[in-house]
Design a protein around this ligand. Structure first.
Ligand code: ADP
Length: 267
């Protein structure tokens, strides 16, 4: 599913004293099957942008097309439920949204909400748990008895159980230790590679943006300043510096970029 955004502007609290412009006239295209990282300062509009992709927010002006669904400003959004099934959103701290008494019930919630009968929902739940690398005997456990990292995986499995074609990750590794971070990111890398899931990841880590993405989208004050391959974005360090975005020029980072530039697999 390609994603096309045309002249997208978003205002919070329009026509009130609290009106705030969060996105200004954004135009961009994301190709089906690509991995895009979104970087930029806090408040630059990253979350607002990605929440338009599954219809959680609506454009104030302009439009967004995801596959065959177009959402336009000032028109009733069509087929929102369909869109939400096809575009999964993983927020920061997704484990805060766990609520059922067993992992299995939690994982069945999405598939059943989208109309699958219980037995089929259970099959999706079991598959999703496997995808996130947790054993099947977790199904009958309470999500609240698990470790933080395990809870995060269960919450992610809940999104995967619906089998979305596009996954949006809004800082999915917030609060995890380096091992936990690597595990979660390699899970999404695998999904992207093996199932061609279009992946859009908001991140503060330039390393992760350089390593995982086909394209890096740089945002500043509600606008897109660059959208290009990581090797191009990070080679223009002057512009990034002007934006005040720190680039951790570690050997690791340089080696990865170098390999990307020379077309070798970095994985
Ligand atoms: P980022 O994800 O890059 O940190 P956001 O999309 O969260 O940026 O925010 C973009 C702008 O919109 C900021 O100025 C922020 O203060 C404002 N904003 C975000 N959410 C709300 C909200 N619910 N109400 C009012 N303003 C908001």
């Amino acid at each position: 599913m390609d994603i096309t955004i045309k002249n997208l502007t978003h205002l919070y609290h329009p026509n009130t004293p609290f009106e705030r412009i969060a996105l200004r006239d954004i135009n961009l295209q994301i190709k089906s099957g690509s991995f895009v990282s979104v970087i930029g300062h806090t408040g630059s509009g990253k979350s607002t942008l990605v929440q338009h992709i599954n219809g959680l927010l609506k454009p104030s002006r302009g439009e967004i097309t995801v596959g065959d669904v177009t959402i336009k400003a000032r028109e009733k959004a069509p087929r929102l439920k369909d869109l939400r099934k096809r575009v999964g959103l993983v927020f920061q701290y997704p484990e805060h949204q766990l609520f059922e008494e067993t992992v299995e019930k939690d994982l069945c919630f999405g598939p059943m909400n989208f109309g699958l009968p219980l037995e089929e929902a259970k099959a999706k739940a079991h598959q999703a748990l496997k995808l996130v690398g947790l054993p099947q005997d977790f199904l009958q456990r309470s999500p609240f008895d698990l470790s933080g990292g395990q809870m995060r995986r269960v919450a992610i499995a809940g999104v995967l159980a619906v089998e979305p074609e596009v996954i949006i990750l809004d800082e999915p590794t917030a609060g995890l230790d380096p091992m936990g971070r690597r595990d979660i990111l390699s899970l999404f890398e695998r999904l992207h590679e093996e199932k061609a899931v279009t992946t859009i990841m908001v991140t503060h880590s330039m390393d992760d943006a350089a390593y995982y993405s086909d394209k890096v989208l740089v945002m500043d004050r509600g606008q897109v300043v660059m959208m290009d391959k990581p090797e191009h974005v990070f080679s223009d360090s002057k512009q990034l510096k002007q934006l005040g975005l720190d680039i951790p020029v570690t050997m690791n980072f340089l080696a990865k970029l170098n390999k990307k530039v020379h077309g070798q697999s970095v994985r």
